[in-house]
Ligand binder design. Structure first.
Ligand SMILES: CC(C)(O)[C@@H](O)C(=O)O
Length: 411
């Protein structure tokens, strides 16, 4: 007869790699729970392992979340390899790109809270010790990060990645790299008689070549960059596109990392400090990311019990140079950010300029500065002024609604 594990913390160490799951694995009273866990595949050797929730907003309604089942499988391999036991569960998610402009839009922001509540509910009820939370769309990213902050367990966040760029050749022979925003613009242009219905149709067929979030520095890519800057994702994991197999490696390593966090006794709020939020804001400003980052970072900070206000965004934005020429106001998309080395390159430029807190802890168990030590950024900055020597778009950062006013008409 088994009555669970005797894997209590080793003498002399206060780190328990099973801070919660002993409630369902240890002792006579947990016989029924163990019986049910045997039915999902666990056995005698597994009771001593930390139980890791692999919480995913996968669905087949939205391209943004479509690749998450693939990534979740790789996360589980990583958890197993590191000595944990992964247990996958799902949440709802909706796509802003599909749900806007009709009654459905009322459900979009609400979905963020439903996702956070769902993760909290499963993690708390089932007594999981840690989690890798996967998301791909505007509201699922902050929803997962809110859950991580609220639960304050070992947690790693993994983004699904953005779509590949789409290309549309219009009837005048001009070729355009297009994203979802071009569809919105095309509808406006067509309504004003500036574009033919045939060109609108061409754009419609080109904007989303496949799985992944919308390609510009819109809300999903902004929040993925913020999560990486905050230290909640593995360094380099925000920028590779959704179909790219590097994401499977990041997924596997995220599974290994969460078990590493448990062994080190690191929880989400050790990472989600005020300084970490300041790092996230600095990176959003340098990218000229979505103004929705303000809404979401305030909500995530609230869950982490960190005091963050609009003044923090103004203060940091007034110091951080705007480095990226990305859509919607600029030329490039997230795959271009990936080509220059991804979010770590921007972080390294900010760190070298004294605009990032290098001593913040991350999910790797190392600090921001340690994670960035090997990065040689193509973007160089002048550390005395904090201004880039070249390639700066504007001397101070701004979320994209301000940057957008600099944009020229496209068609
Ligand atoms: C549809 C988009 C691009 O996702 C937009 O809703 C955003 O917030 O960025």
């Amino acid at each position: 007869m088994t009555t669970g594990t005797d894997s209590t913390p080793a003498p002399g160490t206060d780190v328990d790699i099973k801070p919660r799951s002993r409630d369902v694995t240890d002792g006579l009273e947990k016989t029924a729970a163990r019986g049910m866990l045997r039915a999902v595949g666990m056995g005698d050797d597994d009771w001593a392992k930390p139980q890791i929730g692999v919480g995913s907003s996968w669905n087949e309604i939205t391209p943004c979340n479509l690749s998450l089942d693939r990534l979740a499988k790789a996360v589980k391999e990583g958890v197993f390899a590191a000595g944990g036991y992964p247990l996958e569960f799902g949440t709802i998610s909706v796509s802003d790109g599909i749900s806007m402009g009709h009654e459905g839009m009322h459900f979009s922001l609400v979905s963020r809270e439903v996702i956070a509540d769902s993760v909290e509910t499963v993690m708390s009820a089932e007594r999981l010790d840690g989690s890798v939370l996967l998301a791909g769309c505007d509201k699922s990213l902050p929803g997962m990060l809110m859950a991580a902050a609220r639960l304050d367990l070992a947690n790693v966040f993994l983004y699904a990645g953005s779509t590949l760029p789409g290309y549309a050749t219009l009837s005048d022979g001009s070729e355009h790299q297009v994203t979802i925003i071009d569809a919105f613009e095309a509808v406006g242009a067509c309504s004003r008689g500036l574009m033919s219905q045939a060109d609108v149709d061409t754009i419609e067929r080109a904007i989303c070549p496949g799985e992944g979030a919308c390609g510009g520095m819109y809300t999903a890519n902004t929040m993925a960059s913020a999560a990486e800057a905050m230290g909640m994702s593995l360094p380099g994991s925000a920028a590779p596109p959704a179909p790219d197999r590097r994401r499977d490696r990041y997924a596997r390593e995220s599974g290994e990392a969460v078990v590493g966090m448990l062994r080190r006794g690191i929880t989400a709020r050790d990472i989600m400090t005020k300084e970490a939020f300041e790092n996230a804001i600095a990176v959003v400003m340098a990218f000229g990311g979505s103004t929705n980052a303000v809404l979401h970072l305030l909500a995530i900070a609230h869950e982490a019990e960190i005091e963050l206000s609009l003044d923090d965004f103004s203060r940091i934005g007034s110091r951080v140079p705007h480095l990226a020429d990305v859509k919607p106001f600029g030329k490039h998309v997230m795959t271009d950010v990936d080509r220059i080395g991804g979010v770590p390159v921007v972080m390294k430029a900010l760190l070298d300029a004294g605009l990032l807190h290098g001593d913040c802890l991350t999910v790797t168990g190392q600090t921001v500065a340690e994670n960035l030590a090997h990065i040689a950024p193509p973007i160089r900055t002048d550390s005395s002024s904090g201004r880039p020597r070249h390639r700066s778009i504007r001397p101070v950062g701004s979320p994209s609604s301000r940057a957008r006013s600099h944009r020229k008409a496209r068609w």
